[in-house]
Design a protein around this ligand. Structure first.
Ligand code: PLP
Length: 393
């Protein structure tokens, strides 16, 4: 299916709503029936009808069809956050006594689920260095029911070989989940590589304007239907119609935004690689990146997020650099129009800062939709201000 068709036409039955180009927001909690028989059918199979908007809703359905098609999946559910999609996907695939194998350092709230919530229900987990598939095969236990992946992950962008891990899991009857927020389905297709469930935070690139929180979970229809009838309905965290409408709107410009961000990211990467205050850069499509070959094999682009280590011994220099930037906002999240920065040291008590540890001197950057010259000039003046304050030793 052409991406242009998915984004502009798929699931939009315009004859049903006055031939409007933009779909209506069906801001309704419930739906009326004319016959008891139709009402009865709806109770019997809520996944097939509009009954109550905690379940299905027409505006949300337009979005679901588009997002499932982009993922190359049979179906998807859209949640009120990426975290809710993660919660439902994991919960649906474990029971007491099961074991989860997860890539190390997954998204914070997946980690919290493994470490805080699931142990209360006797579900254990093991984290592995996902760069080597052997680490997964060596850590599978008889009770492993789930492998959780995120490729690339945040901060250092470690990749996992999705096809190899999916194959391994299939042989053992283990369900695989992959967080695909970084690449989006436009630039990495986990389902085509054999992964069972793919999720992404739609807050990031699908929304794209830093004004909506949402998450997508895609997979086989049977699995999605099962999750709909239990976790989705029970957690009650389905996306609201207005937010679904915002995501449909975001989708219209998704390819364009990603193309622009990829170009600008390249310019920023080239600038940073040359800068003497940059000790190390983490970006999957930098030829010096240790997993560059795998990145080229399973992703069709890399963009937006990157990290670098500042060459300094002082936390004050990093703080001063960040505070000197005029056009990068210091804020969490990413995927919107605006460029962002998060210094690792913001998550560390000042007294615990270890200048020898490169991780403590890392900055994660998100490149937005601004002009590349505008961003590079800003970085340049902030580095200059930092060096003026404390010349390199
Ligand atoms: C933001 C994010 C999430 C969570 O999404 P929310 O929409 O914030 O709940 C999950 N995974 C990754 C990689 C993210 O960056």
């Amino acid at each position: 299916m052409d991406i242009s068709y998915i984004i502009n036409e798929l699931a939009e039955e315009r004859e049903d709503y006055f031939r409007a180009i933009a779909p209506p927001i069906m801001q309704t909690s419930n739906f009326a029936f004319k016959t008891v028989e139709a009402f009865r059918k709806s109770f019997e199979d809520e996944y097939a009808t509009w009954l109550y908007s905690r379940g299905l809703n027409p505006t949300v359905d337009i979005l679901r069809k588009k997002l499932a098609a982009l993922d190359g999946a049979e179906d998807c559910l859209v949640f009120n956050s990426g975290a809710a999609a993660i919660f439902a996907a994991i919960l649906a695939n474990v029971k007491s006594g099961d074991h989860i194998l997860s890539v190390r350092n997954p998204y914070t709230w997946a980690q919290r689920m493994f470490e805080v919530i699931l142990p209360r229900f006797n579900v254990t987990h093991t984290y592995v260095d996902g760069r080597d598939t052997k680490n997964f095969s060596n850590s599978i236990q008889p009770n492993t029911t789930l492998i959780y992946l995120e490729s690339p992950n945040s901060w250092n962008f470690e990749l996992q070989d999705l096809a190899a891990i999916a194959q391994l899991a299939k042989q053992k009857g283990i369900v695989t989940i992959c967080d695909n927020s970084y690449c989006t389905p436009l630039h990495q297709r986990p389902i085509a590589l054999g992964i069972d469930l793919v999720l992404q935070s739609a807050t990031k690139y699908i929304g794209g304007h830093s004004d909506v929180i949402a998450g997508v979970l895609s997979g086989k229809r049977s699995m999605i239907e099962r999750i709909f009838n239990s976790e989705y309905m029970n957690i009650g965290s389905g996306i609201q119609p207005f937010n679904a409408w915002l995501l449909i709107r975001g989708l219209r410009t998704l390819p364009l935004r990603l193309e622009r961000i990829a170009k600008t990211t390249q310019a920023v990467v080239e600038y940073l690689l040359k800068h003497p205050a940059v000790e190390k850069l983490y970006f999957p499509l930098d030829p010096a990146f240790p997993q560059y070959e795998l990145a080229k094999k399973q992703m069709t682009s890399a963009f937006g997020l990157l990290s670098f280590v500042v060459k300094t011994r002082e936390i004050e220099s990093i703080e001063f650099f960040c505070e000197s930037l005029r056009h990068f906002f210091m804020a969490v999240s990413w995927g919107g129009h605006e460029s962002l920065i998060i210094p690792r040291c913001a998550g560390i008590k000042r007294a615990d800062f270890d200048p020898v540890n490169p991780e403590h001197r890392m900055i994660r950057m998100y490149v937005g939709l601004e002009d590349s010259d505008y961003l590079v000039r800003d970085l340049d003046q902030a580095f200059a201000a930092m060096e003026k304050r404390s010349p390199a030793q």
